[in-house]
Ligand binder design. Structure first.
Ligand code: SF4
Ligand code: MSK
Length: 648
């Protein structure tokens, strides 16, 4: 493989360096980059035209003549594409909600004092969330409030009737649309089960009816499971505030024991971050010849501990194999989601130990050390000890000298505070700057990496284009990591922004691109959009706002669930790479066009980042026009006096 080939694979210099090194020295070692070249997508599956929901099939619809062919049961392309799409929503929702259930169980156990090491850190947030659930908090100790809250939240997973509680946080107009459409989630698990049931052979064959449940299932994720995970994690581990740290493979250290935590669920990562401070383990590391123990993150487990503790991040989804290939990682410790099974075989080629920790995620070739919250600190220490003991087995290393500074930790609460201060925390300044045209709009750029497109390129190109056009960008997941590596998550990046956005960034001291968290924290973006509506002046529903969502390099089913809950909440959502329903023109048109008549939000698909930016900017301009704020207003200096004069 030549340098040239590598450069087509990524814009991340650190990744290219490791890929190049691998191609020179380790013949036979493959990563997702090479596997993607060999394994081309199935042209029928890629369009959503293959059904394998029963033993009469799999049935493949002729994509050239989709209306002339049906499956053995008679399912046509519209039914098949819609069922496939709905199953993606169900799988994505299930993944987030299993994570959330795990967090809720631990939260309840913490309230009962059953899991030493986990506690309630953010009492303010506990009281707010308890109030959402109608819990009387006056004169009750925090453990009693937490126990009541944990019990109520856990019950929502198995709830059969009624409404998931956080739905009531949405703007009133949005709730009315959901109630009229009959898509308010009754209970979290129920919506996933019903989605799976309705896509079974011989069940729902009407694509519109299927998508009613598709919307309800996704809302059970965004305004249910994911929001619960975010809120309970904040209560247990602290609500993120801005924190400066570093990102990219250069955060691995040549002379220290390197431990990478990877996955999504912060329960284990948090405990490893605590255990790594243990004096005995540090001493052991020195005995083994290392200068210390260096904990770093990967993907969303990494995002979780980056946001709350400032732990450096080694990279995003497509860098998990590359971190191992540096030869400098003593252990990669994984929990759930986005962990490539390839790590099992890959770690056999290096000294790295792959440690699986979840009962639900075991990988051939891994050492399994099951994580149990009841004995969390001891288990975390034993995992670290395994890594430290492995240090003398390290051979040649190749750590790219690439790391970039970033500021993360922009929770909804932080944005509120940052814009309005302690006493007048509000979204008013944001809304005012949108109304006066300094900020054109707000866009969430989220999601994964996908080796079908150049790694990080689509994220970075799109985000640079958006901020240059005065669009404030909010990010989560691997998208945030991509732009952090590109130097866009620091206040100095305001120089890449348009004049209006740059002025706001300079006044507040914030970056033009805000890192809001991990995948479940897309719920923070729902809350931010709702806060903008409630602040006033920008319409009375999320669909009125000059906002959009985008997943330019998506690959996971969770991304589809996230996109769907944003669309059902009234946003335009643009996906890149590939679109999984193109086999059905009718169903795709329904999602891309007709859906806007129902939910006032819709899906769109565009591969090219510049065209993607144009599509989003056009949409935002139209929203501004509808609000009557399309003209840029004269600059009015927003000084402290003006802030104080605000009516909040
Ligand atoms: Fe074929 Fe229908 Fe079975 Fe799907 S459900 S595999 S279309 S027979
Ligand atoms: S880790 S879901 S690759 S964002 Fe959340 Fe990254 Fe996508 Fe996994």
């Amino acid at each position: 493989m030549s340098n040239d080939t590598n450069e087509k694979q990524s814009v991340c210099k650190a990744s290219l360096e490791v890929l190049e090194q691998l191609s020179k020295t380790n013949v036979g070692i493959e990563t997702a980059f090479q596997r993607a070249e060999k394994m081309k997508p199935c042209p029928i599956g890629a369009t959503g035209s293959c059904c394998k929901h029963c033993g009469m099939g799999p049935c493949r619809i002729n994509t050239k003549k989709p209306l002339e062919s049906v499956g053995i049961c008679g399912a046509d392309i519209n039914t098949i594409a819609a069922r496939n799409f709905c199953r993606m929503i169900a799988a994505g929702t299930a993944a987030h909600c299993e994570h959330s259930r795990h967090v809720a169980h631990t939260f309840l156990a913490a309230a009962r004092g059953e899991v030493p090491g986990y506690q309630i850190k953010d009492i303010g947030k506990l009281l707010k969330v308890a109030a959402d659930y109608g819990i009387e908090t006056k004169s009750k100790p925090s453990d009693k409030i937490s126990e009541e809250l944990g019990t109520k939240i856990l019950a929502e997973f198995g709830q059969q009737e009624g409404e998931v509680q956080f739905i009531k946080r949405a703007p009133a107009k949005r709730q009315a649309i959901w109630r009229e459409m009959g898509v308010v989630p009754r209970g979290i698990d129920r919506e996933i089960v019903e989605m799976m049931s309705r896509t079974h052979i011989g069940d729902d064959a009407d694509y519109k009816n299927l998508m009613i449940q598709g919307a309800r299932c996704s809302l059970a994720d965004g305004w249910g499971g994911s929001m619960i995970a975010t809120e309970l994690q904040d209560i247990m581990f602290g609500t993120p505030i801005p924190i400066r740290t570093k990102v990219n493979l250069g955060v691995l250290k040549k002379d220290e024991v390197n431990i990478v935590v990877h996955g999504h669920d912060p329960l284990m990562a948090e405990m490893i971050a605590t255990a790594v401070q243990d004096a005995e383990l540090k001493k052991l590391a020195q005995v083994k010849g290392a200068k210390g123990i260096n904990l770093v993150g990967m993907c969303c487990s990494g995002n979780e501990i980056l946001l709350r503790r400032g732990i450096p991040l080694a990279g995003n989804f497509l860098q998990q194999e590359l971190a191992i290939a540096t030869g400098a990682v003593e252990a990669i410790v994984v929990d759930v989601q986005c962990i490539m099974p390839a790590l099992g075989k890959l770690t056999e080629c290096f000294h790295t130990k792959l440690v699986t920790t979840s009962r639900t995620v075991k990988i051939p070739g891994a050492t399994h050390i099951e994580f149990d919250e009841h004995d969390a600190l001891n288990i975390a220490k034993s995992i670290i000890r395994l890594a430290v003991e492995n240090y003398p087995n390290r051979k040649q290393t190749n750590i790219p000298n690439q790391e970039t500074e970033l500021i993360a930790g922009f929770s909804h609460e932080t944005i509120n505070y940052m814009l309005g201060g302690s006493f007048r925390g509000s979204y008013r300044p944001l809304n005012d700057n949108i109304i006066n045209g300094r900020i054109r709009g707000v866009v969430g750029v989220v999601g994964c990496n996908n080796p079908r497109v150049k790694h990080d390129y689509v994220h970075n190109t799109l985000v640079r284009e958006l901020i240059a056009n005065d669009i404030l960008v909010l990010q989560t997941g691997c998208a945030a990591i991509a732009c952090a590596k590109d130097g866009l998550l620091v206040p100095e990046a305001a120089r890449f922004a348009g004049k209006g956005l740059a002025e706001v960034c300079e006044a507040v001291g914030m970056p033009p691109v805000l890192h809001c968290g991990a995948c479940v924290d897309n719920s923070r973006l729902l809350i931010a959009a709702t806060a903008m509506v409630k602040e006033g002046g920008l319409g009375d529903d999320i669909s009125d706002l000059p906002i959009a969502g985008c997943a330019p390099e998506w690959m996971s089913e969770k991304a589809i669930a996230i996109g769907q809950y944003f669309v059902a909440s009234g946003a335009l959502v643009v996906f890149g790479v590939t679109w999984p329903t193109t086999g059905s023109e009718i169903f795709t048109k329904y999602l891309f066009e007709e859906y806007a008549n129902v939910y006032k939000g819709r899906w769109a698909f565009e591969v090219d980042p510049n065209k993607m930016a144009n599509l989003i900017i056009d949409h935002i301009n139209k929203k501004r026009e509808a609000l009557g704020i399309q003209k840029t207003k004269e600059r009015v200096l927003f000084d402290m006096e003006a802030r104080r004069a605000l009516q909040v």
